[in-house]
Design a protein around this ligand. Sequence first.
Ligand SMILES: O=C(O)CCC(=O)C(=O)O
Length: 280
Amino acid sequence: MTVPATSKSEFAEQGYTLARGLFSKQEVEALRAHFHRVNRDHHRASDNITDASDPLARYPRVMQPHRWDETSLNWMIDPRLNQWMRAILGREPYAVQTMFYFKPPGARGQALHQDQFYLRVDPGTCVAAWLAIDRCDEANGCLRIVPGTHDIPVLCTLDADTEVSFTADTVELPPGYEPIPLIMEPGDVLFFNGQLVHGSYPNSTADRFRRAMIGHYIVGEAEAVAKWYHPVLRMDGSEINLGVSEQGGPCGVWVERDGEQVAVLEGLETRQEHRSRRRA
Ligand SMILES: O=C(O)CCC(=O)C(=O)O
């Protein structure tokens, strides 16, 4: 399969592109069954969810499974993901994170954020590969992205509404910037860059999971990434030694310039220890 030229230009111009049907129904079904076994056999609380009535207490997301699970490692460095990222990024990425989200019926979503806030890739940014395991639509809390945010700086954060988000930080958006839902079918992969503001609303269905397998990568000229994302892997699975990037410092705030809202690096991150920094 070749990567369409339109996908390359879309990614450059909008910060995201959708690869429809990149994984087969059988592959997606195998991943779904695999992670339900992982949940059954290695069930571990995450995200500090202690309320047993929270659907996420029963189905916490699985963080960094590629570090101990071959299925996840193989998915993370799958040649199709590599091929797409080489095409849209212009060079091979390095792999730094995997996550599996179950998002069961009734689960909260994840407040709007930028992945680069957590990963701090330097120089450059990160890119996500987000594989839909189920049909994802507005009812079950599909991924939402905010067009026009792919080339803004990392924004300063504020408290999220934890009634609807299981993460505690979010970013502010000026008028005119609206999250749009991305309707995806099982096997579709969305690639998006680390600056693009994205997140999801709760799963409001009574009976449909919204599962996703997610990989985070960094563009190959990067020299450093935040400490939580080490070891860094090449796309053949071997380790590469990169530096550790610093957290904190300047962050973006919205200001009006010539009648338009623009994000400029005039804020300062003040929190000493960020609550959910490891939870991109
Ligand atoms: O799947 C979601 O609801 C959010 C995922 C996300 O924010 C991410 O992959 O960085």
